[in-house]
Ligand binder design. Sequence first.
Ligand SMILES: Nc1ncnc2c1ncn2[C@@H]1O[C@H](COP(=O)(O)OP(=O)(O)O)[C@@H](O)[C@H]1O
Ligand SMILES: [Mg+2]
Length: 325
Amino acid sequence: MDLVRTENLKVRFPLRGRAPFAPKKYVEAVNDVSIAIPRGQTYGLVGESGCGKSTLANALLGLQKPTSGHVYFDGQCLDTADRETFRALRRRMQMVFQDPFSALNPRFTVEKILQEPMKIRGGMTESEMRERVLDLLGMVGLSGEDLPRYPTDFSGGQRQRICIARAIALRPDFLVCDEPVSALDVSVHAQILNLLMDLQEQSGMTYLFISHNLAVVRDICADVGVMYLGMLMETGPADAVFSNPLHPYTRFLLSAVLDMNPESSRQPMLLKGEIPSPIDLPQGCAFCTRCPCATEQCRTVRPLLTEAESGHFAACHLLKKQEQG
Ligand SMILES: Nc1ncnc2c1ncn2[C@@H]1O[C@H](COP(=O)(O)OP(=O)(O)O)[C@@H](O)[C@H]1O
Ligand SMILES: [Mg+2]
């Protein structure tokens, strides 16, 4: 069964600072998104900055109330749960943030940082906590000698290890990793990703892995979802999405990745047009203003996610044309 699931999830933010009698406007940060993350697997969420990835993650964690639609965790509806149920579910989820520099209190030692979640939950003796902290440090590749040190004594990669240790301190079932390597040196990306994969193998945790870089999610995710302006444009098994990208936007993201390889003979796909603002979305396909293949239908009718091959969905009118043609 899926551990985490959304059903037609929408989150919108009212725009502030408008004239008192002007019509209200909204940012459609997450627009009708349904995803499912099977237990013990990694779902990769990709898309350009501002497309709603973090807002979707916050809704999954119960930190952001949906405007409409629902979030289910382990079969229970999070957004309608009573306070007690919510808190019990919430305790099973954790998050690793993008910036390990601002995520750690600079005045706390590593020991205090890692003990804090246990102290807040309660029910452990000092020696049990000490033992767990040492275990955690070992799990993330640090040692007992690091206990009295402060965050500023560590490199970015090491700080992210501390953040990961803190996130898994209470053995969560679900871990959201929101761009966990974006702020780090490229040289440590692989180490941190491998650490996350090892921890998942040992514990069976379920991950939502957010990145704006498709290359990063490629190796580590079972399924991926591609977001654009709050909407899911394509989703499916990572193998299928990477070997047979169906949506022109996914192809664009992939060509941007290939672009980094100087030996690639493929021409990168160039995008014309501007990203529309998430306030005034185009009437038809959200991507139509930049899509090299957009037709009149794309500009007027919003395409629905359609299953093209087993478990592989895309929201693109041209998909049907390809099948028919
Ligand atoms: N608390 C908020 N209030 C108003 N607008 C917000 C808020 N959080 C996010 N947004 C807007 O919602 C959209 C999606 O943001 P976000 O989820 O942070 O995107 P991403 O994580 O993909 O970069 C953006 O246009 C952003 O400006
Ligand atoms: Mg974000």
